[in-house]
Write a protein that binds this ligand. Structure first.
Ligand code: F0G
Length: 356
């Protein structure tokens, strides 16, 4: 068996990458599609719900799919530096792939508003971290302005190579299921990923690999829900900092996905998002970051109301790993932490006292 070497090698003929090019890869992609089997809302109904665990990519998020293509192309085109604005995951991914390529990375992040794990990743990979006194949307504006003047390649999802890489998640889902799902539930921030998935589903449908297309269901945090409001939001706020975005760059594309796939957008409160994150960890042992849980929270609600009907096959994207944001996890966990003396008697007593 030949070892897996990353998604560019796997899907090269479906990507804008020629044969002679030096590939910048960390073996991203090929993530597991896990069927949920314990969550009561799921087992009580005749539905198959799967999670696509994108947190198992090399830097712990789906961004790596896009970054391998974007950085490979940047290097091919002779770029010596990449730049992005980020709520955290893009910066972690850009920093890692730039390190792999041997080029510089500049990342603009909202000061104090990204999960600590993501900051650690960008710093460890040697990126220049510019903490701005402003949110992601301000950072995005600045990145566009500065890239027009300085020799840096933007690796946000406005870089079309990013979406090319990210569409491969849809390919993997179809290959794993042997068909397209009926519904694909996905968190929406900048709206690049929902757009990329739809590109992938359409490509496989067009080429006859799948016979059907899913309806694309995009979920936002209530405090950062421009697609629900119908217009940009100037001061987005949510505990799910990854999707704390008010001016999505792929606004028109996401509305087109919504229309073409006959899907919908919906919103979840911060409490609902955190409850879904916890439910997934406690019932299924799957740890995702808060933003990711919006997909499962939305799907479960739509299953309960039969908006997603019985008999459906549903895929929820878990965009990032739970370890990215340990602070929030520890704060909301209800697990017991028991301090005991380091003696057999004390440990045994603690076990007997806490047996459920
Ligand atoms: N989930 C996570 C964990 C994310 O990091 C992001 C986006 C999304 C969902 C939303 O995806 O933007 O394609 O709609 N994070 C970007 C970043 C903005 O900078 O890391 P989207």
């Amino acid at each position: 068996m030949t070892p897996y070497t990353g998604l560019i090698d796997r899907y090269r003929r479906r990507l804008p990458i020629s044969d002679a090019v030096r590939i910048i890869s960390l073996c991203e992609g090929n993530t597991p599609l896990i069927r949920l089997q314990n969550i009561p809302e799921v087992i009580e109904r005749d539905v198959k719900v799967y999670v696509k665990y994108e947190g198992l990519n090399p830097t712990g998020s789906f961004k790596d799919r896009g970054m391998t293509v974007a950085v490979t192309k940047a290097v091919e085109e002779g770029s010596r530096a990449v730049i992005c604005a980020s709520t955290g995951n893009t910066s972690a991914s850009a920093a890692a792939y730039a390190a792999r390529a041997g080029i510089a990375a500049f990342v603009l992040i909202p000061e104090g508003k990204i999960a600590l794990g993501k900051l650690a990743q960008a710093m460890m990979a040697g990126a220049v971290v510019l903490q701005i006194r402003g949110n992601f949307d301000a950072g995005m504006r600045l990145v566009k302005e500065v890239a027009a003047r300085a020799p840096v390649t933007i690796v946000n999802s406005i870089n079309p190579y990013r979406l090319q890489g990210q569409k491969t998640a849809a390919f993997e889902i179809i290959e794993a299921l042997g068909r397209a799902p009926d519904f694909h539930c996905i968190p929406v921030g900048n709206a690049g990923n929902i757009t990329a998935h739809w590109m992938g589903y359409q490509e496989y449908a067009r080429d006859g690999v799948a016979k059907t297309l899913p309806r694309m269901c995009g979920y936002q945090a209530s405090g950062a829900a421009p697609f629900l409001r119908g217009h940009a939001v100037d001061d987005p706020e949510t505990v799910a900092t990854a999707i704390r975005i008010g001016h999505p760059q792929s606004w028109d594309q996401a509305w087109q996905v919504n229309k073409e796939s006959q899907g919908w957008f919906d919103e979840l409160s911060d409490e609902e998002i955190l409850a879904s994150q916890k439910l997934l960890a406690e019932r299924e042992g799957i740890f995702c970051e808060p933003a990711s849980a919006a997909s499962v929270g939305g799907a479960l609600r739509d299953l309960a109301s039969a908006k997603i009907p019985a008999g459906s096959v549903v895929v929820c994207t878990l965009t990032g790993h739970g370890l990215k944001d340990p602070d929030i996890a520890i704060r909301q966990s209800s697990a017991r932490r028991v301090n005991v003396d380091a003696t057999l008697a004390a440990v045994e007593r603690a076990i007997m006292d806490n047996m459920t």
